[in-house]
Design a protein around this ligand. Sequence first.
Ligand code: GLU
Length: 431
Amino acid sequence: MATAKAAPQPIPRIAPREDLNPHRIAQIQFDLAAEYLKLDPGLRQILRSPKRVLEVSVPTKMDNGQVKVFTGYRVQHNVARGPAKGGIRYHPNVTLDEVKALATWMTWKTAAVNIPFGGGKGGVICDAKRMSKGELERMTRRYASEILPLIGPEQDIPAPDVYTDSQTMAWIMDTYSMTKGYSSLGVVTGKPVSIGGSEGRKEATARGCMVVTEEACKLKKMSLRGASVAIQGFGNAGSLVARLFAEKKSRIVAISDSRGGVFNSCGIDPLKAMRYKERSGTVVGMPGTSRISNDDLLTMKCDILVPAALENVITLNNADQIKAKVVAEAANGPTTPHADEVLARKGITLLPDILANAGGVTASYFEWVQDLQSLFWPLSEVNAKLESVMRRAFQEAYETMRKHRTHMRTGAYILAVGRVADATLVRGLFP
Ligand code: GLU
């Protein structure tokens, strides 16, 4: 497909030095689209910053009897097109600027796939991997009760993100429901199926990523069968991306997690890797593989590279060495704006996060609709609807990219920011 070949226009107003602050990166990405759309300065100011920011203290009784106070956030970036929507992240490196960026990206993501949501995100600074289940439950319930004024099925609907899962969502749903005095299914998505979760939600991020990669490969006349795939990050998104690509007969040549990576040029069996990681806590040391670092994985020779972990892994430091033909961003914010330019120059097709990982929130939307209607769909229906949303979003982003002679990230941004700008303008300014 014609990314670099279409002579991307020079990116305006991008500072020479690379800035790794995620919120400033989100603003640079927005500014580029705003420039193409010629948005007026007042509207730019509205869309550049979050609508609401809440910081909370989360006192939690730890297993040793002592109280530990965690810091948590919930940010609503924009609700012009519907309730705020976005996950909750538990990680020691969570910062307010990271949560702001993630909330901003959710606004563009829901608009890119055209589902009736705004963007929000939450986070708690904690090392979830080192906490017991009891500690996690107590922290989650207290965090949920602290952000209660913001959340609700019509206001703001959390979901899982890094180091949170369906169990975390069940605790939040229960805490919210007990406070209200009735069971509210639609307050969170990514729940267990037994309490109003949707079939297919767990693997939806991966499925969406696979569908848009397939579309991009069709345009590049590349077959997924036999294609070599390297996946950085082996959590919910990464491990299920591996499984889906393996089902398409692609070769998973490398996978990694926070402790390092493993490599086998003949292909790694994702199911074996998942079982190994469940037992050992890491993919490192998996029999039949050799060790590789996360950095080497990103720059290794492969057809498709899937960053599926955290922000800022493809930067000016390594962009020039990326050898993949397609980069599909299952993670949020893995590539910096400077690295975007380098990849475009090299003719690498980048499938941006707001498109490539939007399958998760799309299935979350289906879950919310099913909860509100108390009518649940079979897996085949969820997957068929998900695929159709993803293929349409890919086509629309691709056409926008062609029209503006830019690359895929900015194409998807122009599409998404344009939708949010339209909604804001037609609603008008209150009061
Ligand atoms: N945390 C996921 C994301 O970044 C899912 C959000 C959602 O389903 O609301 O897209």
